[in-house]
Design a protein around this ligand. Sequence first.
Ligand SMILES: C[C@H](N)C(=O)N[C@@H](CCC(=O)O)C(=O)O
Ligand SMILES: [Mg+2]
Length: 364
Amino acid sequence: MKIVDIQVGRISVPLRTPFKTALRTVKSIEDIVVKVVTDTGHVGYGEAAPTAVITGDTTGAIIGAINESIKPQLIGLSINNFEDVMQRLHGSLLKNSSGKAAVDIALYDLFGQLHNAPLYKLLGGYKKEIITDITISVNEPEEMVKDSLDAVGRGYKTLKIKVGKDPLKDMERMKAIRKAIGYDIQLRIDANQGWKPKEAINILRKMEDAGLEIEFVEQPVLAHDFEGLKLVTDNVSIPVLADESVFSPRDALKILEMRAADLINIKLMKTGGIYNALKICSIAETYGVECMIGCMLESKISVTAAAHLAGAKSIITKIDLDGPALCSIDPVEGGANFEEYKIILPEASGLGFVRVPEEFFNND
Ligand SMILES: C[C@H](N)C(=O)N[C@@H](CCC(=O)O)C(=O)O
Ligand SMILES: [Mg+2]
């Protein structure tokens, strides 16, 4: 099964409501899609999200990385020697994790097709069904209460609340949400780097004292501030999850050696796809640290790949794969079945897509 072509296209999907974090506001998913074609007529699909404020990857940079650096390395290689293909892909250029992720995902789709098995089974086959949280954007407290109640009405049992805009207001937000939804629903929070270390310690202790029962806090401080992250981890009881601080297996190793966080958030757009995400799973297993699998603003294509990984690995115990649930439409047939909080993995080979619209690849 030889790679004969790699095509790049675009997918655009309006969100149900604007997505707001401490870092950005977005109204629609505007991602890059990739199609890897083989001499046997098989096609693998991938996707990249240009989340410049987190990964540094813009739309133009992703397209350039794939067309100028990745594609020339891969044409003619055989999926049968998958290790060689992965080495060439991940060695083709530095950084550019989102562009690498799109191609890596498409190649894993082909790897599954080559071996005629769903990817999650080839990677471990731990479970066929996973349960995701849903994200509540940072807004005025009343609006966040309304959005939280809507999410609970849709059946979600875990909400990930975006904070990090203003510590005093964040406290108000969390008190209002907890009061409205009660204690049967789990609350995790994501500050997206919005607090300073001492500010984070202060607000998290207040949340503990107020009995808000926060499952964990995601990325309270700046991504590069490993010492600040450790200071927070050492000084609060709420577990700390490293998100923007961990892109590569090397980052994961450093964070875990320092004991700077209690949990790690794996996202394919940060790791450059499944190949390196698997290494982070092994590192985390070695340290006995559980992982979350997360996503950026991604549609069903790349979130299906993340769901296959989550279904394969027991160390992934927390799921934040709500990209498709935030979308107003789903233009892709097949892949994982997203039924609100329940994600069911497909039994078809590879990632299991049935139809990815050809229009995505008409680049006029
Ligand atoms: C969408 C997901 N639940 C999420 O919150 N992902 C990121 C932010 C993604 C973005 O800004 O596109 C996260 O910080 O966990
Ligand atoms: Mg996060």
